[in-house]
Design a protein around this ligand. Structure first.
Ligand SMILES: [Zn+2]
Ligand SMILES: [Zn+2]
Length: 124
């Protein structure tokens, strides 16, 4: 008798996106949700999943957050469709504050009120 078993960590993207104005880079971005979990498999059949963790990533600056598993599960089941900033626990927030002019994409410093390249007023 011999068993083939393994423990591995998987990552799964959850079919969820939410448009947002990013709190770290002030540009339009999207929240994308994914989860990681560890599973134990026997004969390549997953038996137990545990250690589920849910993450949110922003598409604008690739900031990474965790959300609590209750909210994550609700999103995974498609029950909850809104993530609030207060739900996000930052892990790796891109705080460079670099952002770009919405009309000409010129790179701006956060204290610019007007784009030096095209003169458009910049909403901060
Ligand atoms: Zn951002
Ligand atoms: Zn501009």
């Amino acid at each position: 008798m011999f068993f083939v078993f393994g423990i591995s960590t998987k990552e799964k993207e959850i079919d969820f996106t939410q448009t947002t104005i990013c709190s770290s880079c002030s540009s339009y971005g999207r929240y994308e949700v994914f989860m990681t979990y560890t599973h134990f498999s026997l004969f390549f059949i997953p038996i137990i999943k545990w250690n589920k963790k849910y993450y949110v990533k922003t598409t604008c600056c690739n900031s990474l957050y965790t959300i609590d598993s209750e909210l994550g599960r609700a999103i995974e089941r498609g029950e909850k469709t809104t993530i609030n900033e207060s739900n996000l626990n930052p892990i790796n927030v891109n705080n460079t504050k670099d952002h770009h002019c919405p009309s000409c994409n010129y790179k701006l410093s956060p204290d610019y009120e007007y784009c030096p390249n095209c003169g458009r007023k910049v909403e901060l």
